[in-house]
Unconditional design. Structure first.
Length: 171
């Protein structure tokens, strides 16, 4: 009989209990900030936004660039690579080689959540607003009736998801 795989979180039980006792497990908290910073540094980007899944990461990216929804005849992979200059990466695959050209955006699938990485401050603000109910980093909601208003979704990760991404990044 094949043994059941063990979650990497088993090896960081103290961190799990820390999250449980903090009462911030369902919001943007310190573990999410730590994981975002570590992921951005690991891949060489200035900004990292963690969202609850890879489809949410792609949707958040395209909405922040005003490219959502796609037209019926558009192919998602072509829009991401050719127009948006985004690359998809799964954690566990070899680290991407950016020696020839670094993509404008990198979407990393951590299985428990996903990350959107970029060096662009303005786009990061829009990404953040879309993933966090229209709130930009450190501000209130952006919904003010202008064409630049963002009525975002709730694409945030839990502290547990952020911890799992951090563990997968640094096994």
């Amino acid at each position: 009989m094949t043994p059941k795989p063990v979650s990497p979180l088993v090896h960081c039980q103290d961190r799990v209990w820390e999250i449980l006792s903090s009462h911030t497990w369902g919001t943007i908290g310190p573990v999410e900030a730590e994981a975002s910073e570590a992921i951005a540094q690991h891949f060489g980007y200035a900004h990292c936004l963690l969202v609850h899944s890879q489809p949410a990461a792609v949707e958040t990216l395209l909405r922040s660039l005003h490219r959502w929804p796609l037209d019926a005849d558009e192919v998602l992979d072509e829009v991401l690579t050719e127009e948006v200059n985004a690359r998809l990466h799964a954690i566990g695959d070899p680290k991407p080689d950016f020696s020839k050209a670094k993509p404008r955006f990198l979407v990393v699938d951590f299985r428990s959540c996903a990350a959107v990485l970029t060096d662009e401050e303005t786009v990061y603000g829009d990404l953040f607003a879309y993933h966090h109910c229209g709130h930009r980093p450190g501000t209130g909601a952006t919904v003010d009736g202008t064409k630049d208003s963002i009525l975002g979704g709730d694409m945030r990760v839990t502290e547990f998801q952020a911890l799992a991404a951090l563990v997968l990044l640094r096994p």
